[in-house]
Design a protein around this ligand. Structure first.
Ligand code: C5P
Length: 224
């Protein structure tokens, strides 16, 4: 199934705008959206809730393989509890990146992610969508932005939500997460060889969306 369904993968570091861009593209095309980061955030949250510590790899992989999660109308539920906001904090992002470095966790989430490839199409947002999860995707985007710009965007987002934010702490967290995501042995954050790289430092969301849609038009256009 995944082979016949058109797929756009959007990978890149935290704060590059992947989430918003992917959502807009999915809306414009009427395609499904896979927010793969939410899965790792859910595992991190479940581990923190269980109070088992982040070194127990076997237990954490087991948690990932039995994750009782549901996505509905933009909300994320875990074991019948709405965790939509809880998994969006900086701590949840950092916990996600810790469990994401574990091969057992990545393996446990692979089929679940591939199951999202359903007609009419899929936009998959993450770190390894174009390299590991959907290596045959028709369009692969690697979205970047400078660390300074990404930290400032996160700062603005948090402030707009009325949440506490500290730019220096955010920058440090982001760099730590980038280093862990790029340096891990399994599925590290890296652009696929056939990905189109877009630097969004000086671009607005709308500009990036148009660039990706143009790329999709070229790649998925039916032969005459
Ligand atoms: O994209 P988001 O910030 O929600 O991802 C949270 C963390 O989950 C990332 O820092 C990364 O460590 C991990 N992740 C991953 N592979 C993905 C998506 C997210 O390792 N495909």
């Amino acid at each position: 199934m995944a082979d016949q369904v058109p797929i756009i993968t959007v990978d890149g570091p935290s704060g590059s705008g992947k989430g918003t861009v992917s959502q807009r593209i999915a809306d414009r095309l009427g395609w499904r959206l896979l927010d793969s980061g939410a899965l790792y955030r859910l595992v991190g949250h479940a581990v923190a809730q269980a109070g088992i510590g982040f070194s127990n790899k076997n237990k954490i992989s087991e948690i990932a393989s039995k994750l009782n999660a549901e996505f509905k109308d933009g909300e994320v539920w875990l074991d019948g509890i709405d965790v939509t906001d809880l998994i969006r904090t900086e701590t949840a992002g950092n916990n996600a990146s810790k469990v994401a470095a574990m091969p057992g966790v990545r393996a446990a989430l692979l089929d679940w992610q591939r199951g999202y490839a359903q007609p009419p199409g899929l936009v998959a947002d993450g770190r390894d969508m174009g390299t590991t999860v959907f290596p045959a995707a028709g369009v692969k985007i690697f979205l970047t932005a400078s660390a300074k710009e990404r930290a400032q965007r996160r700062y603005k987002q948090l402030k707009e939500k009325g949440l506490p934010a500290n730019l220096a702490a955010l920058t440090a967290d982001l760099k730590e997460r980038d280093a862990r995501d790029r340096g891990r042995a399994v599925s590290p954050l890296v652009a696929a060889a056939d990905a189109v790289e877009i630097d969004s430092t000086a671009l607005g969301i709308d500009d990036v969306v148009e660039l990706v849609l143009r790329q999709a038009q070229r790649s998925f256009a039916k032969p005459p």
